[in-house]
Design a protein around this ligand. Structure first.
Ligand SMILES: CC(=O)N[C@H]1[C@@H](OP(=O)(O)OP(=O)(O)OC[C@H]2O[C@@H](n3ccc(=O)[nH]c3=O)[C@H](O)[C@@H]2O)O[C@H](CO)[C@@H](O)[C@@H]1O
Ligand SMILES: C=C(OP(=O)(O)O)C(=O)O
Length: 418
């Protein structure tokens, strides 16, 4: 199994090109099922989760060609409506095939994704919304079996908590439903907006994009289109935090500053000088140690849970003390014991991590059980004396394209050991 070897390498400096967003690419690839005619998606990151999505579409009978950052999908021959456990267990986002399959073909059997390291992650909101649209759903033998006679029907759906995935599934289903659907308390994440724009390019009628109330007037068919995936705001944030922690100065190119105001504001609070252009973000620490910043995760536009682990590392090396509170997932502090093994001064109290900054960490053999926790350990290794080995990096490979070469390009010593 691959590992990453990280050594302290001084202040990160230079430019890094940001990839397309994993969390936008995955729902957009699933939306391919809705399209009549060829659907071409560009700026798709080369990641394990993208490969899994392509395999899932192929196993339904779709023709999928993946080359560099372009994926071409033709769903004319879809003849199979089962998303099997073997694929779903490796990627929870497979649940996003449910809405599109049901809306276009009236049937879908999707393995229940189950819990994962960061929390139980139920899918009740996805199922309730589809039932309100007329689907008959039963959960049997570990599978969600959903059926509808004819088309789904437009419905007024109020979601009692904000869910990115449920909003995306229902948005895709509603695009082909009969009549108007209103989704209230919808997620406003930039990736939901990107999916909505893609659906519009396919011919969907959606208003309220970017607000908590989405209105969708279903159409009888959607066509293929060419769509470019938005830049990855979490990958961008990860590199910016790494630069802040190492007291460096970097520029993220092909980035989207508008999608990450909460993260940029916290970096400024930490003492970073931030400047932005239409598609770039520069961070300069002027050689200074970051200052500790309090963080509380919440749905967009507040601070993203997917950046929480990285800011735990920033605080662990900062001047002063801070609290980091996680409100989205019940078990998203797996990086904390590993960072403590590297010498971080941290303490968990319920959903809050209390952190007192230290000057340096020490290298250790560590492993993480989720994607962003793993990323945080790589950042920690850049400011740790000695060698840090991060094990189980298949988590990282789900979400970071060419992570070692991107860090190396900024002067970070990050090497893959096969
Ligand atoms: C592929 C993808 O885009 N993943 C992102 C997506 O995950 P995902 O879409 O799975 O996350 P959700 O927004 O749905 O989850 C938010 C919260 O709602 C709960 N919930 C969700 C659905 C449901 O039916 N019932 C329920 O109780 C979850 O357990 C969690 O506590 O948004 C998360 C929150 O920004 C991010 O951390 C993930 O990186
Ligand atoms: C939690 C994440 O992804 P997923 O929902 O695919 O597990 C993430 O991207 O940080």
């Amino acid at each position: 199994m691959d590992k990453l070897k990280i050594q302290a390498s001084g202040a990160l400096a230079g430019d890094v090109v940001i990839s397309g967003a994993k969390n936008a690419a995955l729902p957009i690839l699933m939306a391919g099922v809705l399209a009549e005619g060829e659907f071409v998606v560009t700026n798709v990151p080369q990641l394990k989760d993208v490969d899994t999505s392509c395999k899932l579409l192929q196993c339904l009978g779709a023709r999928v060609e993946q080359q560099d950052g372009t994926v071409r999908i033709d769903c004319a021959d879809i003849n199979h409506f089962v998303a099997p456990y073997e694929l779903v267990k490796t990627m929870r986002a497979s649940i996003l095939i449910l809405g599109p399959l049901l809306a276009r073909y009236g049937k879908a059997d999707v393995s229940l994704p189950g819990g994962c390291a960061i929390g139980a992650r139920p899918v009740n909101l996805h199922l309730q919304g589809l039932e309100q649209m007329g689907a008959k759903i039963e959960v049997k033998e570990g599978y969600i079996k959903a059926r509808v006679d004819g088309r789904l029907k437009g419905a007024h759906i109020f979601m009692d908590m904000v869910s990115v995935g449920a909003t995306e599934n229902l948005l895709m289903a509603a695009a082909l439903a009969d009549g108007e659907t209103v989704i209230e308390n919808a997620a406003r994440e930039p990736e939901v907006i990107d999916l909505a724009h893609c659906l519009q390019a396919m011919g969907a009628k959606i208003s309220g994009i970017g607000t908590a109330t989405l209105k969708i007037t279903g159409v009888e068919k959607l066509s293929g289109c060419h769509y470019r995936v938005m830049p990855d705001r979490i990958e961008t944030g990860t590199f910016l935090v790494a630069a802040a922690v190492t007291r460096g100065s970097i520029r993220c190119l092909s980035a989207d500053p508008g999608s990450m105001e909460a993260v940029l504001a916290k970096l400024e609070d930490a003492g970073a000088e931030i400047s932005t252009g239409p598609d770039w973000i520069a961070l300069d620490m002027k050689g200074q140690r970051p200052k500790a910043v309090n963080i509380k995760t919440a749905p967009y536009p507040a601070f993203p849970t997917d950046m929480q682990a990285q800011f735990c590392v920033l605080n662990s090396l900062a001047e002063g003390s801070a609290n980091v509170t996680e409100t989205i997932f019940e078990n998203r502090f797996m990086h904390v014991p590993e960072l403590m093994r590297m010498g971080a001064d941290m303490e968990l109290e319920g959903h809050t991590c209390i952190i007192h900054g230290v000057e340096r960490l020490s290298g250790a053999q560590v492993m993480a059980t989720d994607l962003r926790a793993s990323a945080s350990l790589v950042i920690a290794g850049l400011m740790a004396d000695g060698v840090t080995i991060v094990d189980r990096i298949y988590h990282l490979d789900r979400g970071y394209e060419h992570i070692e070469s991107k860090f190396s390009g900024l002067g970070g010593s990050v090497e893959r050991i096969r």
